[in-house]
Design a protein around this ligand. Structure first.
Ligand code: IPE
Ligand code: IPE
Ligand code: MG
Length: 239
């Protein structure tokens, strides 16, 4: 860790971020919303670097929800273009830095070209192990649960075999531990259909800072808060 910040006792193994506030960030500057989304991507690069520095192993980011399709067509198209540009421009660097890219959500609604790009990026980085970046794009927690249920039924799994472990294997996050900390930027105090199953014991941190301004120091502040939390998981504290 760069020595400007005191070391932390615990860091979340799995950090998740609801990257909210891009539109308001742009509006405050008299810019179009798309400029806010572009600034959001720039910030994701910074946060990814900070996560590596703080030794966070998994970063899950919420980039496009199943409900975001209801936005004006131009904005939806802009967000699809951003995903495509990010994969085209950032892939080599991410791969060279040992980032394993995973996708959470339903790819079927994306254009065939974009689906192929995402699948290819996921496939080519599958053996990287420095940091896992889960991109939740066309993701909804309820949709993920329903897709899991459908596949369990199609696999003919007997009812008595369905437990939390088996169910977890049918989710998009199969094989990954649950998030320890969920950060939401942009001031809202809600989960907006993010990681519905996985977040049951996650710690929450919300900040009014808009995502494009949520920098390394802001992340560090969130981690300091995380360090002060006592995670009880339904048990009682030993005294
Ligand atoms: C988050 O920023 C990014 C997406 C949901 C795609 P918003 O676009 O929701 O920004 P605000 O909340 O309108 O400021
Ligand atoms: C949540 O932000 C989804 C993403 C950040 C991708 P929204 O802006 O869509 O959420 P609401 O509408 O405020 O709940
Ligand atoms: Mg928003």
């Amino acid at each position: 860790m760069a020595n400007d910040l005191p070391p932390l006792e615990h860091v979340p193994y799995h950090l998740a971020a609801i990257m909210d506030g891009n539109g308001r960030w742009a509006k405050a500057r008299g810019l179009p919303r798309q400029a806010g989304h572009r600034a959001g991507v720039e910030n994701l690069r910074r946060i990814l670097r900070a996560c590596a520095e703080f030794r966070i192993r998994i970063l899950t980011v919420y980039a496009f929800s199943t409900e975001n399709w209801g936005r004006p067509e131009q904005e939806v198209r802009g967000l699809m273009n951003i995903l495509e540009t990010v994969i085209d421009r950032e892939f080599e660097e991410l791969n060279a830095n040992g980032v394993q890219l995973r996708h959470l959500g339903n790819l079927d609604a994306l254009s065939p070209e974009l689906q192929a790009k995402v699948r290819n990026a996921v496939e080519r980085t599958r053996n990287n192990d420095r940091l896992t970046l889960n991109l939740a794009f066309n993701y909804g927690g309820r949709d993920e649960i329903l897709r899991a249920i459908r596949r369990i039924i199609l696999d003919g799994v007997p009812a008595e075999q369905i437990d939390e472990v088996l169910f977890g294997l049918y989710l998009d996050t199969a094989g990954l531990p649950d998030p320890d900390l969920i950060v939401r930027t942009g001031g809202e105090m809600r989960i907006s259909n993010f990681l519905v199953w996985q977040s049951v014991y996650a710690e929450y941190y919300a900040t009014p800072t808009f995502w494009p301004d949520f920098d390394r120091e802001e992340l560090y502040k969130a981690l300091v808060h995380f360090n002060k939390r006592e995670r009880r998981f339904g048990l009682v504290t030993q005294t």
